[in-house]
Design a protein around this ligand. Structure first.
Ligand SMILES: [Zn+2]
Length: 495
C-alpha cells in the first residue's frame, strides 16, 4: 500500500458471446509450480442492486508444513468491517474520509461449513470472531489435504476502502475466507489493523466463477474468460500461484489495453486525460523490475483506478490506484510503487503484519531504482531521497519536541506503531533511507546482484528479515549485522 502524508511530503500512498482477455501463463511454469499448492474453488454472484454477494467456496488445503495439523484456521477479514469490530480497518483520523455518507458496516453470514463433505460447526475465534477454526477429525499429515466448504453471503459497507463501495466503485478484496499461514511459530492469527497492510498469505491456486449484471465492468486478479448471457455476465478466472484474489467493479470504467513482451496490460480508469501515460508507466515498471529482479511470471497485469482513501493497494496481477491523487507525477509514482509490490509481497511473500518494512521499504526503494532506469519521468532517485531525508528529519524533530523522545525502530509489528504517521515515516521513509544507505555502502552493482539473489531464492516463498540480510551478506561477502542492527533497532542517527 502507499499512503500520502500531505503535511510533510509526498512519498507515500441471450446471445452468447465469448471474449478472451489475457493469455496463457509464460516464463516460469506456473502449472508445475502450483501442483502442490492449496486450491480455492469459488462460485460468486454479486448483486449490485443490494450490494451483496453470495458465494460457495471449497478450499482444498494442502499441508505444506512439516507438522501434523490438528486444525485449520481461516481468516474472515469481513468480520472486521462489521459494526462494533474491535480491530477496525479505519482509525479515527481517517473516519470522515472513509465514510463519505456516514458510517456503514458489512454483514457476514456463514450459511454452511463442511469438512471433507460432512457438515460441521466451526469455532469462531478472535476479538471480532474473525478467525474460523476447523477442527480436523484425523490430523493432517504433511503433503496431504483436507477440503473445507464454506457457503456464505456478504453485504458490502459503503466505505472508501479495499473492501466496500462508494458511488459506482466496488472494491472486492479480502472478502472471502482465506487460510491463515502455518509457519515456524504455528498458526499466524494476527487481526486486522488500520495501519498498513495487515496480511499474510501463501501462494495458492484460484479457480473462480464470478457473475454480475452486464453493465458492470470488472477487473480481476488474473486472466479472464468472459461470457455474456442476457443481463448477466459470467467470468471464469483461473490463476496458478497467487497469494490472494481481488475484484474491482464499476459501471464507469473506461479501459485501455496493450500487449507488450507477451504480457497483456489493461488500465481501468474513471478520469484520466492521458491514460496512455499510466498504461505505459505500468509497462515500464514490469519491464524494469523483470530485468532488475525476476521475470514477471504472469500473463497479464491490470492497473485499476478506483475510489480508495489511501494512495494505492497491491494485489497479484492487479494494482488499485486511488482516483483522489491530483498530481499526475504522484499518480504515476503510486503506479510504480504498487507495481513493485508484484515482486515484494506478491512473488516474494512475507508476514506483512509482523515485518511490514520488509516489503514496503523495499518496494518504496524500488521506485528510486525505477527512476534511475527510466529517465523520462519527472521524479529522480536523488530528488526523492533528499525529500525523504528532509521530511524524516522534520518528522522526528516535531515528535521529539512534542513527546521528548521517539521510537523509530523497525522491529515492531503493524499494531505497535501508535499512529498512522509514525507507521508511515518509520516503515516507508526510514526503511527507504536504510536501503539507500545500503545501496551507497555496497555500491550499485553489488546491491543489484544481492537483490536479484534474494528474489530468485524466495520467489513463490515466504521471506523474513533474516532471509534478506543473509542474501545481502552472501552476495556482497560483507558482514552487515551491525548495519541492519543500527537501522532496524533504532540506533542510527540520520542527518
Ligand atoms: Zn506499499
Amino acid at each position: 500500500m502507499k499512503k500520502f502524508l500531505k503535511v510533510f511530503i509526498i512519498c507515500l500512498i441471450a446471445c452468447c458471446s465469448i471474449i478472451f482477455v489475457g493469455c496463457k501463463d509464460k516464463k516460469d511454469d506456473l502449472s508445475q509450480l502450483g501442483e502442490n499448492l492449496s486450491n480455492y474453488y469459488m462460485e460468486i454472484n454479486y448483486n449490485d442492486e443490494t450490494k451483496t454477494l453470495y458465494a460457495e467456496q471449497t478450499l482444498e488445503y494442502v499441508n505444506n508444513s512439516d507438522a501434523l495439523l490438528k486444525e485449520i484456521y481461516l481468516h474472515l477479514y469481513v468480520a472486521n468491517f462489521c459494526n462494533g469490530a474491535s480491530n477496525s480497518p479505519i482509525d479515527d483520523l481517517h473516519k470522515a474520509q472513509a465514510y463519505p455518507n456516514g458510517e456503514s458496516y458489512a454483514t457476514l453470514n456463514i450459511i454452511r461449513v463442511q469438512l471433507n463433505g460432512k457438515d460441521i460447526m466451526p469455532i469462531y475465534e478472535g476479538e471480532d470472531n474473525d478467525f474460523m477454526k476447523v477442527e480436523l477429525i484425523d490430523p493432517l499429515e504433511p503433503t496431504t489435504s483436507a477440503k473445507i466448504y464454506v457457503e456464505y453471503s456478504v453485504t458490502l459497507p459503503n466505505i472508501s476502502h479495499r473492501f466496500g463501495y462508494v458511488d459506482n466503485n466496488v472494491n472486492l478484496a479480502n472478502f472471502y475466507p482465506i487460510a491463515c499461514v502455518y509457519d515456524d511459530n504455528g498458526w499466524s492469527k494476527n487481526p486486522y489493523h488500520s495501519n498498513g497492510d495487515p496480511f499474510y498469505s501463501e501462494m495458492a491456486n484460484y479457480y473462480v466463477n464470478f457473475s454480475c449484471s452486464k453493465d458492470l465492468i470488472c477487473a480481476f486478479t488474473g486472466s479472464v474468460e468472459e461470457i455474456a448471457d442476457g443481463d448477466t455476465k459470467y467470468y471464469t478466472i483461473n490463476n496458478m500461484c497467487v497469494r490472494e484474489f481481488a475484484i474491482m467493479l464499476s459501471k464507469d470504467f473506461k479501459t485501455l489495453s496493450k500487449t507488450d513482451n507477451g504480457i497483456n496490460y489493461t488500465y481501468y480508469y474513471l478520469t484520466d486525460e492521458t491514460p496512455d501515460k499510466a498504461l505505459q508507466c505500468a509497462i515500464d515498471c514490469i519491464n524494469t523490475f523483470s530485468t532488475l529482479y525476476y521475470q514477471y511470471p504472469y500473463a497479464c497485469y491490470n492497473v485499476v483506478q478506483s475510489n480508495f482513501l489511501y494512495g494505492g493497494m497491491e494485489y497479484p496481477m492487479l494494482s488499485l490506484i486511488s482516483d483522489a491523487i491530483d498530481n499526475y507525477d504522484d499518480y504515476l509514482n503510486v503506479i510504480v510503487h504498487e507495481t513493485a509490490h508484484q515482486w515484494w509481497y506478491s512473488l516474494v511473500g512475507n508476514d506483512q503484519y509482523s515485518n511490514p518494512w520488509l516489503d514496503e521499504a523495499l518496494t518504496e526503494f524500488s521506485t528510486l531504482l525505477f527512476y534511475d532506469n527510466n529517465q523520462g519521468y519527472n521524479l529522480t532517485h536523488e530528488g526523492m531521497i533528499n525529500g525523504m531525508q528532509e521530511n524524516y528529519n522534520l518528522f522526528t524533530s516535531v515528535y521529539k519536541d512534542v513527546l521528548g523522545e521517539i521510537d523509530t525502530s523497525l522491529t515492531r509489528n503493524i499494531s505497535e506503531y501508535p499512529t498512522s504517521p509514525e507507521y508511515t515515516y518509520c516503515v516507508y521513509v526510514k526503511g527507504t533511507l536504510m536501503f539507500d544507505s545500503l545501496y551507497q555502502l555496497v555500491g550499485k552493482k553489488q546491491f543489484l546482484k544481492a537483490i536479484k539473489l534474494y528474489a530468485q531464492t524466495y520467489a513463490y516463498k515466504i521471506s523474513t528479515p533474516e532471509c534478506l540480510i543473509a542474501c545481502f551478506e552472501k552476495s556482497t561477502k560483507t558482514n552487515l549485522e551491525n548495519f541492519f542492527d543500527c537501522w532496524i533497532n533504532d540506533k542510527v542517527i540520520i542527518n
